[in-house]
Design a protein around this ligand. Structure first.
Ligand SMILES: Cc1ncc(COP(=O)(O)O)c(C=O)c1O
Length: 408
């Protein structure tokens, strides 16, 4: 049976077929290769595998066929329709990881050495922020935080700090939904000879392709929209410099040991096949919800990139197909109204995380940011009455009815 590595003109065709290799039993779906190791016919074959003379799997921390399908599918989606400098289809290499955090750590540790600095936007996922604050300083590396939406400030920071090795973007960012201009920052990265990485978790490759702008690395928490069903934790670290990815990055990936596992990879592969359909529905519902909340008397403010009132609306629309499915809104009554609202929800789900079929809501002040002093979290826009929402794929009228009764 032929493997389907033919050119495909549609994103869903690619999401469904890309990365699949026919196995010896001709399984329709790639099996869960629940094995730690792979065997050789003889010692010579083992030698050929270890020397790289013969392609093949050796040990599942180094690579596994189920994980490989997920890696190749995500790489195909992230490069869909993109060409390299020679006008050929762009190729990137990715390593599937145990979590988004493992992917970010492996990317950073493959690239940085003691004395290096990273430049990053101030709104980042809390865990990534903590890597900058708590992990990198111990290794004599430093994270410099700036408002990367201000290109003058970004350029100033690059001029002032020649030891910046890497610019790190997360756009849209968790939890503020702020966006930075990937194309403009990538231009600055090239001008000053810096590497640039982008966390594409909130957007997914269906909405946004950072490699289009010359970004060197893309990372994801696959736990979210890529998996789409909340069935596993995972991440991926991808890069466009194939020599680097197959050399230094592969070595660090193997040494850190943050590889994914075949069961989670299987769940991810099947979730990703419906990415386009899911994102279309998620984004449609998010726009409806944002409009509804904007005109609701109990709501003081709505943060959604799709609204013209959002400060990063232009940037989001420039680089994203749709503005995504994440939004936040501020209730008029502060902390208690946030708690009351959460308690009244009937259909929508009270939880953290994002990107599942159902609508998820969290109240950062009483949940994820409970232990962060009020003044500190308010600096980042996390007020007492802020609610974060991952808009799901239920029928829109049911989402709106639930929100409306909870807002009474
Ligand atoms: C934007 C972003 N990046 C990375 C992560 C970390 O992902 P994981 O929980 O899979 O380690 C998260 C988790 O919420 C996230 O929102």
């Amino acid at each position: 049976m032929a493997d389907k590595n033919i050119p495909m003109s549609g994103f869903s065709s690619l999401a469904i077929h890309a990365g699949h290799q026919t196995d010896s039993a001709y399984s329709h779906l790639t099996p869960i290769y629940a094995t730690s190791t792979f065997v050789y016919d003889n010692a010579e074959q083992g030698m050929r595998r270890f020397s790289g003379e013969e392609k093949g799997f050796i040990y599942s921390r180094w690579g596994n066929p189920t994980s490989a399908e997920a890696e190749n599918k995500i790489a195909a989606m992230e490069t869909f329709g993109l060409l390299n400098e020679m006008g050929e289809p762009l190729q990137v290499k990715g390593y599937l990881q145990a979590s988004g955090m493992a992917a970010i750590s492996t990317m950073l540790l493959s690239n940085l050495k003691a004395g290096d600095k990273i430049l990053s936007h101030y709104s980042l996922y809390g865990g990534t922020q903590d890597i900058m604050n708590s992990l990198l300083p111990n290794l004599n590396m430093e994270g410099i935080i700036e408002d990367l939406r201000d290109l003058n400030k970004t350029e100033e920071a690059l001029k002032k700090n020649p030891s910046i090795k890497l610019i790190y973007l997360e756009t849209p960012a968790n939890p503020t939904i702020q966006c930075v201009d990937i194309e403009e920052i990538a231009k600055l990265a090239r001008k000053y000879g810096k590497l640039i990485a982008c966390d594409n978790t909130f957007a997914t490759p269906y909405l946004q392709q950072p490699f289009r702008y010359g970004v060197d690395f893309v990372v994801h928490s696959t736990t979210k929209f890529l998996n789409g069903h909340g069935t596993s934790i995972g991440g991926i670290f991808m890069g466009r410099d194939l020599n680097f990815m197959k050399g230094r990055a592969y070595k660090i990936y193997k040494l850190i040991g943050g590889n994914s596992n075949p069961f989670d990879a299987f769940m991810l592969i099947n979730g990703m096949k419906t990415l386009e359909l899911r994102m279309e529905r998620h984004c449609h519902n998010a726009m409806e919800v944002a409009g509804f909340l904007e005109s609701h008397r109990a709501v003081a403010k709505v943060n959604y990139n799709g609204l013209a009132s959002h400060p990063d609306h232009y940037t989001a629309m420039k680089q994203m197909r749709h503005p995504g499915a994440m939004l936040s809104f501020e209730l008029k009554g502060g902390l208690q109204s946030g708690i009351n609202f959460m308690n009244r929800l009937k259909m929508c789900t009270r939880t953290v995380s994002l990107g599942t079929c159902d609508t998820l809501l969290s109240h950062p002040a009483s949940m994820t940011h409970y232990s962060v002093p009020k003044e500190q979290r308010e600096k980042y826009g996390i007020t007492d009455g802020l609610i974060r929402m991952s808009v799901g794929m239920e029928n829109i009228q049911d989402i709106l009815v639930d929100l409306d009764q909870a807002l009474q």
